[in-house]
Design a binder for this molecule. Sequence first.
Ligand SMILES: Nc1ncnc2c1ncn2[C@@H]1O[C@H](COP(=O)(O)OP(=O)(O)OP(=O)(O)O)[C@@H](O)[C@H]1O
Ligand SMILES: C[C@H](N)[C@H](N)CCCCCC(=O)O
Ligand SMILES: [Mg+2]
Length: 229
Amino acid sequence: MNVWFVTGTDTDAGKTLVTSGLLYAARQQQLSTLGLKPIASGSQATPEGLRNSDALALQHQSVPPIHYATVNPIAFAPAIAPHLAALEAGQLLEVSAITHLLRETLSQTPRDFTLIEGAGGWRVPLNAQEDFADLAMALELPVILVVGLKLGCLNHARLTAEAIRADGLVLAGWAGSVVDPAFAANTARFEANIAHLNAKLAAPCLGIVPHLDDPDAATAAPYLSLEPL
Ligand SMILES: Nc1ncnc2c1ncn2[C@@H]1O[C@H](COP(=O)(O)OP(=O)(O)OP(=O)(O)O)[C@@H](O)[C@H]1O
Ligand SMILES: C[C@H](N)[C@H](N)CCCCCC(=O)O
Ligand SMILES: [Mg+2]
């Protein structure tokens, strides 16, 4: 297996930072890479069409290069829940159609290391019946959980890990990203929180990204490792 689904404890948990950092680390090992953001809300209009910053970051870490539309086939302008953005655009997001699209991409673009980033967290809806979780389940992908390290993350991380396993998928690993520097200000407390996550998530830790002044794939990569996957 060389494809993983990346979810998070929430929106703004650091999924894109960790995903692009892992892809960067893979590239440093001379692996071919692919980062996909199949559904993106929060996109800017450009002469080429809608562009989403997560998808652009993942496209940038995909080597050999790949077309934007392959990385992000479904884009909406408003930065809102994707099922509502779809509704406003007169579209219906369906797991079966998205699964078909992704299977095609994965078979036509085989890479050593592929990451598919969701949007928000595990139970973010795609439509009234289906969630991003259903997409990961349909594709039978192992899951990487990105924990946005801030007060409240222990509960969010444990609930998400429980949900992933209850849905029958493998939690292949987790990574932390210090989204709130105050959470890491006291080293002993921070380490106790990380120890709790390690104990309770019971999956390998791919790394802890500290709060970075200039967060991007290159600055996050040194804190991340693909090896446990
Ligand atoms: N370790 C960190 N240090 C500094 N800034 C961070 C860190 N982790 C995340 N951020 C910043 O927090 C914001 C949210 O991170 P990111 O875009 O990776 O979240 P996400 O989980 O991908 O959200 P979405 O659900 O919108 O895809 C970004 O501006 C990012 O640069
Ligand atoms: C626009 C934002 N950055 C994300 N792409 C979408 C987050 C959806 C969250 C939905 C929810 O859980 O309430
Ligand atoms: Mg993101």
